[in-house]
Ligand binder design. Structure first.
Ligand code: ATP
Ligand code: MG
Length: 170
């Protein structure tokens, strides 16, 4: 009997099925990840009691909360989170601000999550933010701008993993 026509063993079929299953799960995970973003309600908004109002806007915009926690970043952790801005003149100010009080971190899910969330929060400087955006309503200045939103799918996944283990994502 040639190699080609040899009947497949049960083990071979099981192995093929397992590989197909892993491929399927990877595809599903990829699809999910591209529909997720990460946010933090920053210390200024927490201090002013805006957490509830901001979460309501996020909810009304159609986001599902995949993970959420209130926590207080150390200077070290805040610096690590915003390490991409290390060389910028406002870096120390940003680290001091982000570690000044509690924040609420969350992973959010919706179609086109990253892009739509950036629209929902508005421009970095609230003076330039469109009417009805979270920063226009709740932010005071370019430094103290109430909320963070990931700027890409890749960063959303990295930032989500910075705060939440897989077991904390629902
Ligand atoms: P975030 O990453 O927090 O969502 P962003 O993507 O709109 O904000 P970035 O350019 O990534 O803006 O800046 C990160 C954060 O650094 C800003 O949200 C703000 O808190 C702070 N920041 C940016 N520019 C300035 C500035 N000129 N002066 C003071 N702080 C600034
Ligand atoms: Mg940014």
């Amino acid at each position: 009997m040639s190699r080609k026509s040899k009947p497949k063993s049960r083990i071979h079929k099981l192995a093929v099925d397992s590989i197909k299953r892993i491929d399927y799960l990877c595809d599903q995970k990829f699809k999910t990840m591209t529909n997720r973003t990460f946010t933090m309600i920053k210390p200024d908004a927490t201090e002013k009691g805006h957490t509830g109002g901001i979460l309501q806007m996020i909810n009304k915009a159609g986001y599902r909360i995949v993970a959420m926690k209130m926590t207080h970043l150390s200077k070290e952790k805040a610096g690590e989170f915003y390490a991409v801005h290390k060389e910028r003149p406002f870096y120390q100010e940003l680290v001091d601000f982000m570690s000044r009080g509690p924040i609420t971190a969350a992973i959010l899910e919706k179609e086109n999550a990253v892009e739509d969330f950036r629209k929902l929060i508005g421009a970095t400087n609230p003076a330039n933010a469109e009417e009805g955006t979270i920063r226009k309503i709740y932010a005071a200045s370019v430094g103290e701008n109430a909320i963070h939103g990931s700027d890409s799918d890749e960063n959303a996944a990295i930032e989500g993993a910075f705060f939440f283990s897989k077991l904390e994502q629902f």
